[in-house]
Design a protein. Structure first.
Length: 353
């Protein structure tokens, strides 16, 4: 899979203590070392030599079998609003983006789950070149570790809203969630994690059965199948009725409120009649609506709705008793806002490298 000489090595950041134990016994090593190694890796160390309570011999064996430092920062772009976009390179040279948002109450990070995306939403930059590959759990976690090390501060909130469709990479995303939530790892609670999906119904139900306390966000963006089909091809496979039924199932299984994301595009989906239809569809569902003025993506030509239409859209929903907020757009001056993340221009990277 890797283009480099390290092709046979596994990424250590993806190993939980159980998997480490299994590996250690295969090597004839003491299984209790698993906990020690896991703690070191989860501290974000970038060299095996930092494992001071592990023998030199075992460190050597680890270094022969595993890659530790799997994600590297190649560029930082600072926005005027303190949002920072990171271009990160994976071990095989693939490049992804992650975004750091600094708030008074803590640091939040938006991570990617795939290189590119194959969902094809018409308003989103991440999908322009299709999907190159899934990210491994170790690489999703690695994004957090390198950024945490870079700023010297803890990350407290995670949103899986970077490039890629998390539920299209289900197993690796689940492993990532287990690792990041682990008491001996970064120990970030599920309640501080939001997973956003374009609506893969079967996987939403599977996720519901895991009964995790994470927040599920649904990228809705339209209230009729006809309109949603034209914006989001995934709707042709899983229509609105089946999606909302899966959402009801999710709230039943987890007791968690769903967030619906609705990006307002001028003249496309922002009419008051659509707000009314949305309110009707969401009636009785434990949810919250997040309205997002669409961020321009050059290739697409969609315009954001006017402030007046956004406010009136919000008012219709609120009057119908649905809690609705308008998302403050961070990072749009550096193309780090929602839907602007893409497998970035290699040219701009090599200038810096
Ligand atoms: N694939 C997942 C997560 C990545 S997209 C998903 O679809 O939810 C993260 C959020 O940004 C989604 O709600 C997505 O619909 C939204 N988004 C995509 N392009 C956008 C744009 N140009 N402006 C505003 N939001 C956008």
């Amino acid at each position: 899979m890797y283009r480099t000489g390290e092709s046979m090595k596994k990424q250590l950041r993806g190993y939980d203590p159980g998997a480490l134990k299994a590996w250690l016994s295969e090597q004839g090593e003491k299984p209790f070392r698993a906990g020690q190694i896991f703690s070191w890796v989860q501290k974000g160390i970038s060299s095996f030599d930092e494992m001071s309570n592990i023998s030199k011999g075992l460190r050597q064996t680890l270094a022969e079998a595993f890659i530790l430092d799997n994600v590297k920062i190649i560029k930082r772009l600072d926005s005027q609003d303190k949002t920072r976009k990171y271009l990160l390179s994976m071990h095989d040279g693939e490049i992804i983006e992650a975004v750091l948002m600094r708030y008074k109450h803590g640091n939040s990070i938006c991570v990617s789950t795939q290189v590119g995306c194959r969902m094809g939403c018409s308003f989103c930059a991440s999908t322009l070149g299709g999907m190159t590959r899934n990210l491994e759990a170790a690489e999703i976690l690695g994004q957090i570790m390198v950024i945490q090390n870079d700023i010297g501060e803890r990350i407290s909130n995670i949103v899986l809203m970077g490039s890629g469709e998390p539920l299209d990479n289900y197993d690796e995303v689940m492993q990532f969630l287990r690792l990041v939530n682990h008491a001996d790892g970064l120990n970030i609670s599920m309640r501080h994690i939001t997973l956003s999906t374009c609506g893969l119904v079967d996987q939403i139900k599977r996720l519901a059965d895991e009964k995790l306390q994470l927040t599920l966000a649904i990228s809705l963006h339209a209230v009729s199948d006809e309109k949603r089909n034209s914006l989001m091809p995934v709707n042709k496979k899983y229509n609105l009725d089946s999606l909302l039924e899966a959402c009801r199932y999710y709230t039943k299984q987890t007791g968690r409120r769903i967030t619906f994301e609705y990006a307002l595009i001028q003249g496309e989906n922002d009419h008051a009649s659509e707000a009314k239809a949305l309110a009707k569809r969401l009636r009785g569902l434990l949810c919250h609506v997040n309205l997002i003025p669409i961020n321009p993506v050059e290739e697409r030509g969609y315009k954001a709705s006017s402030n007046a239409s956004i406010s009136s859209f919000q008012k219709v929903l609120k009057d119908a008793g649905i809690e609705t907020t308008i998302r403050r757009e961070l990072g749009s001056d550096i193309n780090a806002a929602c839907g602007q993340l893409r497998a970035q221009h290699i040219e701009s990277v090599s200038e810096d490298a």
